[in-house]
Design a protein around this ligand. Structure first.
Ligand SMILES: [Zn+2]
Length: 445
């Protein structure tokens, strides 16, 4: 460790082997060693002693809609990555839709990368998109470094990103399986959505009835069947319906290669508490009942659900009308995702180590980011410094999101992020940001 440039010390460092008092040495942006707490510090190294604050690996959020370029009035790389940094997130992977162009060809990917390059306060990667007419673009996109491909099985909400029917799903999945890529899926069945009652208006109960659980369950059953047939790697995005858990468990038990994520809003907000007309709570699939939420937590605990990601998908305030049928569907929660999940997790008897596993280790693994997601020698020196027992009340004015509309407004949460570190550099502390130091990531696996 004689060449360490930076040394971080905490009485509570979360490592893959558990939480312990430790000294973490950093050189060239990488963690070089995790040493005993009282290890000798070389005279040339800068010591950052964070005391009893927890040192945890920077979070990896694999589901963010940045919308840049094209819908930058909704969100953009500058604001999204600052919000992420403020929330302890050091890596995000951008979804292929809501930007113009969507990330569906190599040329479009390059446009997105050019826009992101100078604005990224954290490391940024990209998902590609699978559309009915771009099967020929999937392999080139894979070669260009996207982390996998997103598709919808029902309308996406934007015209330029059409969904796949079952035949098109099979075609895209076969192509992606041909290079052992990853297909990530918005799983709601369009026929079940069509036959559900569509009343519109401000009542949350009507909105919930319009996106029933069986739409998710059926789409997931079909997805599993196709993945089994093609031996493809698939990932279920933003699981909300707990009714789908038994079939996911069964599929995994028989070796189908399916992974699953859920989101902070499904884990911390409930249908019962959504005020009528409050479309800041609208997302698809919807936030469901508290009994459903209990089962999602059980599935996280037993490993059926692999990870927790934000699905941060904001819009301008004018699109968040009081009609749930027509309001933009998407919840803004990037900056508060860690404290939101931690607050509910601690109430339910889970540890901060569990939260780190769900929001950093497993998401890094999902994306094949073997140099992220853990505090151990050889990984990037990405950290969040957290005061887990301090509370704060979410004030939208304090958010770095471009639009300060959030379902978390007014909530008192545990967990204050004191500083965030990216490859050995402190990028934010107490609300003060450095210039952007993020890099653009490409798939390495
Ligand atoms: Zn999404």
């Amino acid at each position: 460790m004689s060449d360490a440039e930076l040394v971080l010390r905490s009485t509570r460092v979360i490592t893959p082997e558990g939480t312990r008092a430790a000294t973490v040495t950093v050189s060239g942006g990488k963690i070089t060693a995790v040493l005993p707490y009282d290890a000798e510090i070389p005279a040339t190294a800068r010591l950052e002693d964070v005391g009893d604050h927890v040192l945890l690996p920077g979070l990896v959020d694999t589901h963010v809609h940045v919308n840049d370029p094209g819908r930058t009035e909704w969100e953009g790389f500058w604001t999204a990555t600052r919000a992420a940094a403020a929330g302890g997130i050091t890596t995000l992977i951008d979804m292929p839709l809501n930007s113009l162009p969507p990330t569906t060809t190599v040329e479009h990917l390059r446009i997105k990368q050019d826009v992101a390059r100078d604005k990224a306060h954290i490391d940024v990667g990209f998902w590609g998109g699978a559309l009915p007419d771009n099967v020929k673009d999937l392999r080139p996109l894979h070669g260009a470094g996207v982390f996998g491909f997103k598709c919808f099985l029902s309308p996406s909400g934007v015209d330029e990103f059409p969904h796949l029917d079952q035949d098109q799903l099979a075609q895209s999945m076969a192509e992606i399986a041909g290079f052992d890529g990853l297909l990530i899926v918005h799983a709601e069945d369009p026929h079940h959505l069509q036959s559900a009652p569509q009343h519109g208006g401000p009542k949350y109960a009507d909105f919930l009835a319009s996106r029933p659980r069986d739409a998710e369950d059926t789409a997931i059953a079909n997805l599993i069947a196709q993945a089994r047939r093609l031996n493809a790697r698939v990932h279920v995005l933003h699981l909300s319906s707990s009714d789908a858990l038994p079939l996911i468990r069964a599929a995994r038990a028989e070796g189908v290669r399916v992974t699953v994520e859920t989101c902070p809003h499904y884990l911390t907000l409930t249908a019962e508490e959504v005020p009528d007309g409050a479309s800041e709570y609208k997302c698809c699939p919807p936030i469901r009942e508290s009994a459903n939420q209990d089962l999602l937590w059980e599935a996280l605990a037993d490993g059926t659900i692999d990870c927790v990601v934000t699905d941060h998908s904001p819009s301008t305030a004018d699109l968040k009308t009081d009609d749930f049928a027509t309001a933009w569907g998407g919840i803004a929660g990037l900056q508060v995702s860690l404290p939101a999940v931690w607050t509910e997790a601690r109430k339910r008897g889970h540890t901060l180590e569990d939260v780190v596993r769900w929001m950093s280790a497993r998401t890094a693994e999902l994306a094949g980011l073997t140099h992220k997601g853990a505090i151990e020698a050889g990984r990037d020196a990405d950290f969040a410094v957290l005061a887990p027992d301090e509370t704060f009340t979410v004030d939208p004015a304090g958010l770095q999101h471009r639009n300060r509309v959030t379902a978390y407004a007014g909530r008192t949460l545990y967990g204050v992020v004191k500083s965030t570190w990216l490859r050995g550099e402190r990028i934010v502390a107490d609300g003060e940001f450095t210039e952007p130091k993020g890099t653009l990531l490409s798939r390495t696996r």
